[in-house]
Ligand binder design. Structure first.
Ligand code: PLP
Length: 384
């Protein structure tokens, strides 16, 4: 990625830089992949990045939205996502969030428990409407990703156990203000191998047969998100393999003629277009290590502290890339976990140099906090 470094000189660090032309190219690829399968529908998972300008671009491309809070439903509506393309998941939807979503006329609630079904039914009845619901099923599939972003195992809090599906479907049918429109799955995030998705297809195929034997047929299947990106070499692989991902489901999932398949992609859509730009405050010589202390911390990008994530790190000011040193790259927050990476090989770095943490467009800005009374990072766009 080419950074407009002279423009950066006048911007207060740390900030997020978004390459909107890369985002457009990514959206074009995703649209092409989606259009190759007429009954496939992609919803962008707002949780990955809810920056209004980014949401507007994604909405303008005609994708739906996947939300996990009332605030996200509102952000999606504000950005121009049509209500009938908005789906709403989450284990703990509040009455206020359910009410807001029903009034907006969203496409579907992805429901995670029987008590939630009862509450949605009661609120829908009080508003005189019918709520469309899909049941989020926990398929007990290992996504082979970091434990903190694995969601489809029995020990995870998400969804209802597959074994309870028939019983819960029978229960939904007793609730007058609900219409059951499908089943929903999301097994985890940053999944870079096809196997977990193939297992998911096998699981769904098996359960479709079991449901069919019970006389149950559902029009919608939502397989969630999870497609991983290349954090190691973002310039070599700036756009994730969307066509392969969608083709995998076309090949392995037995979708009937009258069924639609929904996806909820977050990270893969926005991660590569964003970088966190920070400045070196100090180069500190420890006894055994050299520390590069930058002005960004986990308040700006929490993924390394939260998920042991590593972001490809570049000194974008260094003119001599041949003389290098090994640094622990750390932030200013008063917590030992405020470390971006250990033993990072970088060009010799100096106070004032700009450091870019790449692939930070997903789960970056959106997770920023003001801990230590810090200021939230600004967003800067390639086309200003
Ligand atoms: C229900 C649901 N759908 C979709 C996503 C998006 O996942 P990803 O960003 O890995 O595509 C998430 C992320 O955690 C999620 O919880």
């Amino acid at each position: 990625m080419n950074f407009p470094i002279s423009r950066f000189e006048s911007i207060e660090t740390p900030f997020y830089f978004y390459d909107l032309s890369l985002l457009q190219q990514t959206l074009n690829e995703l649209k092409k992949a989606e259009e190759a399968h007429p009954r496939f529908h992609v919803h962008y998972a707002i949780k990955a990045n809810a920056n209004p300008r980014i949401l507007q671009l994604i909405a303008a491309k005609g994708f739906g939205a996947d939300c996990v809070s009332g605030g996200e439903v509102q952000a999606a509506l504000n950005a121009g996502f049509p209500a009938d393309k908005i789906v709403f998941a989450g284990v703990g939807k509040s009455d206020k969030e359910i009410s807001l979503s029903l009034k907006a006329g969203i496409s579907c609630f992805n429901v995670e428990s029987t008590p939630e079904l009862e509450v949605i039914n009661t609120i829908a009845a009080s508003l005189g409407v019918t709520a469309r619901v899909a049941l989020r099923v926990n398929p007990n599939i290992d996504a082979h990703t970091h434990a903190k972003i694995t969601t489809g195992l029995n020990e995870n809090k998400f969804g209802i156990p597959a074994e309870d599906l028939v019983k819960v479907i029978a229960f939904v049918k007793t609730l007058k203000n609900l219409e059951l429109v499908g089943v929903h799955y999301h097994i985890g995030s940053q999944i870079t191998e096809p196997e977990p998705f193939r297992h998911l297809c096998e699981h769904i195929n098996e359960w479709q047969e079991k449901l069919r034997a019970e006389g149950i047929s559902l029009p919608g299947i939502n397989v969630g998100g999870g497609l991983g990106i290349d954090y190691v070499a973002p310039d070599a692989n700036p756009i994730p393999p969307f066509a392969d991902h969608l083709d995998l489901f076309a090949r392995h999932l037995n979708l009937r003629e009258d069924q639609e398949l929904h996806f909820e992609l977050g990270r893969s859509v926005v991660a590569q277009c964003g970088s966190l730009i920070s400045r070196v405050l100090y180069v500190k010589e420890g006894h055994t290590k050299k520390f590069l202390i930058v002005d960004a911390g986990f308040t700006d990008l929490i993924r390394p502290a939260l998920y042991d994530a590593h972001h490809f790190t570049q000194n974008i000011s260094a003119t001599d890339q041949t003389a290098t040193a090994t640094y622990d790259v750390v932030g200013p927050i008063c917590e030992s976990s405020d470390v971006f990476s250990e033993n990072e090989h970088l060009p010799l770095s100096h106070r004032g140099d700009l450091i870019a943490f790449r692939s930070a467009g997903a789960y970056g800005e959106v997770m920023a906090s003001t801990y230590n009374c810090r200021t939230l990072p600004a967003a800067v766009f390639s086309e200003e």
